[in-house]
Write a protein that binds this ligand. Structure first.
Ligand code: HEM
Length: 188
């Protein structure tokens, strides 16, 4: 099944992303540091979202517009009185010009809601005065996070049946992780 292939074939990149982020999150000591983390996510995920919007076939992913959007990061930044940065473009982003490539990028974004729950707990512990404010992006879908993840995987699995289609989605997911790793490295 595609979701199993994706999990297996992207796990090295996931691990690298996790390691790079945990270091940054542990180093957060005030709201400015947290705003800088949000800006990093906004820039990359914001650019990615525009590409996905242009390529995704919403008749095949009918709840796409209800899924988490980078506007949540903009709201969190505004709650911190921080500026909303420009989004990534051009060579900073993977190529997403087909529905299958959009699915690969969306796999990465939707999967990040699982790690988001862990990140939001780490940030809330560090910045207690936030009292849960400015955490809407990392809180993901709250108690519905697993339900949303499982329904995403189910829809995605139905759309890439052949080996060639599965390879296209997997390559796009790995490209999405790889460009994000480069983006993160530039913020360190
Ligand atoms: C501190 C950072 C992170 C932590 C601690 C973390 C942790 C996790 C955990 C615990 C899971 C669930 C694994 C499972 O159920 O088997 C997961 C899944 C996933 N995460 Fe992360 N994550 C982090 C950051 C990210 C980021 C930034 C991205 C994307 C850019 C990402 C993409 C994914 C994906 C795609 C999955 C789904 C894997 C699957 O196919 O089951 N994660 N993560």
């Amino acid at each position: 099944m595609l979701s199993e292939k994706l999990k297996e074939e992207t796990k090295t990149y996931h691990h690298q992303t996790e390691v790079a982020l945990i270091g940054r999150i542990k180093a957060i000591s005030d709201k400015e540091d947290y705003a800088s983390l949000l800006k990093m996510f906004y820039g990359y995920f914001g650019g990615l979202e525009k590409h996905i919007d242009n390529a995704i076939d919403t008749s095949l992913m009918d709840d796409y517009h209800q899924r988490r959007k980078t506007s949540a990061i903009a709201e969190d930044l505004e709650a911190l009185n921080a500026d909303v940065p420009a989004v990534a473009e051009g060579g900073d982003l993977p190529e997403i010009t087909s529905h299958l490539q959009a699915l690969g990028a969306l796999y990465v974004i939707e999967g990040s809601t699982l790690g988001g729950k862990i990140i939001s707990k780490m940030i809330a512990q560090k910045l207690d005065p936030l009292h849960g404010e400015a955490l809407s992006f990392f809180n993901s879908y709250g108690d519905d996070t697993m339900k949303m993840w499982n329904s995403f995987k189910e829809k995605m699995n139905n759309q890439a049946q052949t080996e060639a289609e599965k390879a296209t989605v997997t390559e796009s997911a790995n490209n999405t992780f790889r460009h994000f790793a480069d983006w993160i490295a530039r913020y360190n």
